[in-house]
Design a protein around this ligand. Structure first.
Ligand code: NAP
Length: 287
């Protein structure tokens, strides 16, 4: 039986996890939604069997705006399914890594949110993720609850890749500068989580890149690496009304994680390295 079961394995973070486990030669099963729908009890029982040591739950409803009109669907995946997975883990003797979000906080702080800060989500997605956190804590299962924010990877749907495409095809962009957070490399999240597992950590940890920025800062860095000729102006969130409100400040405090794993390298370094690799590959392909 594989030691690790990764749910949501075809998602952004799930792909980083299965790649990491492959690279490290760790026996694992990566299950996509089609193979393991976490809202289905029988699917969980079929794949989460005795012998599994860790479940890495990367499955999630991540459509933040869509959650406003489909809160029950978001709750089913981000809330109720977490408890179901936790209960099954208790039954088969597995431990659980579950991922959550900066959006469980209200965004009213002006200093980083500590791991034990009270949850006060301001949108339906945040409420569904907060529910998942509560249900996991109530389950009595030994677990790692990892909060992260502003995920990016060389694959999937994320802000860095969206901006990479836009700065290449447009001469001028406007990007909001009134939301502040910490970008997070999916490869780093997977590696840091494995580091925490290997150090026998349990409880709640925050894992993000170091440093903090606004979406405008992040877009400007992408522009600097990919196409310095594209102009970017800062604007305010109210100019881009969206169904779900976003927290204005959602920087996650990394103290506990850095005590275990040491200092985290900053977002500028990681984003630049990823983009340089992608641009290098594009040039080789002649794109
Ligand atoms: N993305 C961010 O900026 C961000 C920020 C903070 C925290 N997080 C958290 O980080 C974790 C990973 O997010 P991500 O960015 O990797 O998300 P993602 O790319 O959207 O991946 C989520 C995966 O879950 C799958 N999924 C959805 N419903 C499922 C179900 N019922 N059963 C099984 N799988 C299901 C999706 O499959 P389909 O594609 O087939 O639907 C997708 O493969 C999540 O817990 C998320 O809440 C993300």
């Amino acid at each position: 039986m594989p030691e690790f079961l990764v749910t949501g394995a075809s998602g952004m973070l799930g792909r980083s996890w299965t790649r990491l486990l492959e690279t490290r030669g760790i026996d694992h099963l990566g299950a996509s939604r089609a193979e393991l729908d976490v809202t289905k009890k029988d699917a969980i029982e079929r794949l989460l069997v005795p012998g599994t040591k860790w479940v890495i739950n990367c499955a999630a409803w991540t459509d933040v705006d869509g959650a406003e009109s489909h809160p029950e669907d978001a709750n089913a995946v981000n809330g109720l399914a977490v408890r179901r997975i936790a209960d099954r883990c208790l039954r088969v003797g597995a431990k659980l890594v579950h991922y959550s979000t900066d959006y469980v906080f209200d965004g009213k702080q002006s200093s980083p949110y500590r791991v034990d800060h009270s949850r006060a989500p301001i949108n339906a997605y945040g409420r569904s993720k907060a529910k998942g956190e509560e249900l996991l804590e109530q389950s009595g299962l030994e677990h790692l609850l990892i909060r992260s924010s502003w995920l990016y990877a060389p694959w999937g749907k994320n802000f860095v890749l969206t901006m990479r495409n836009l700065v290449r095809t447009r001469s001028h962009l406007r990007v909001v500068d009134d939301q502040r957070g910490r970008p997070s490399s999916c490869d780093h999240i997977a590696e840091a989580t494995l580091g925490l597992i290997q150090k026998d950590c349990v409880g709640t940890y925050h894992v993000c890149d170091g440093g903090e920025c606004t979406w405008f800062d992040l877009a400007s860095l992408v522009r600097d690496v990919v196409n310095p000729d594209c102009a970017i102006d800062a604007c305010k969130s109210e100019e881009f009304p969206r169904p779900a409100p976003r927290p204005a400040y959602s920087v996650l405090d990394l103290t506990e994680t850095e005590q275990v794993l040491g200092p985290t390298s900053d977002w500028m370094h990681r984003v630049t390295r990823m983009l340089e690799l992608l641009e290098g590959e594009r040039r080789i392909r002649g794109g």
